[in-house]
Design a protein around this ligand. Structure first.
Ligand SMILES: [Zn+2]
Length: 188
């Protein structure tokens, strides 16, 4: 079957696939309209938006529980430490860990603080993802959230997943958008 679009409308010259202009007479080859190209860009953009939403939800899944845990540890630090030190049922664990009361206090304090910082970074990054704003800030906050929270492997796992979603969707979108720009440039 011969497709009419493979020949120039004006002079009948055979056209290579994807050619924007006839090599013989220079007539423009009717192709997709700028509106169609923009519609495709909008489609790609909406795919990216849904991937960003997934990334945001992956970060919220660990950030919210970590925030609650971090606040709980920080607020009831003294009672947790005294419970661990004085409750006989923890005695064997405490001997195993071999930390003094002050050391345990410092360790838990740091843990609580790390959980809070990690969660706040994760939550801020999620908000930016949902709003689709300040993309690179969202990426940096995402990295911070899983590095600081990496004492919990769940945070590391989900955070890395969110990071991959964020980065890959952005890179794929940019590449696709560039191709559409090229197509638009050919038309005009
Ligand atoms: Zn022609």
């Amino acid at each position: 079957m011969v497709d009419n679009q493979n020949f120039c409308e004006k002079c009948g010259q055979y056209l290579n696939e994807g050619a924007a202009f006839c090599p013989a007479c220079g007539a423009r080859v009717p192709g997709r309209s700028p509106e169609q190209i923009e519609a495709e860009r909008e489609q790609v953009r909406s795919v990216m938006a849904s991937r960003l939403k997934w990334a945001a939800m992956m970060m919220l899944v660990y950030s919210i529980p970590f925030l609650v845990l971090g606040i709980y540890i920080s607020v009831s630090l003294d009672s947790i430490v005294s419970e661990l030190i004085n409750n006989p049922s923890y005695e064997s664990y405490m001997e195993l860990i071999g930390l003094s009361e002050t050391e345990l206090h410092t360790l838990l304090q740091q843990c609580g603080l790390m959980f809070i910082v990690s969660s706040v970074c994760g939550i801020l990054s999620s908000v930016l993802c949902f709003k689709r704003r300040l993309y690179w800030v969202a990426v940096i906050l995402c990295i911070l959230s899983f590095i600081i929270g990496s004492t919990g492997f769940f945070a590391l796992f989900m955070g890395l997943g969110a990071f991959w979603l964020l980065l890959s969707s952005k890179l794929a979108f940019d590449e696709y958008s560039d191709k559409l720009d090229e197509e638009l440039a050919k038309i005009s």
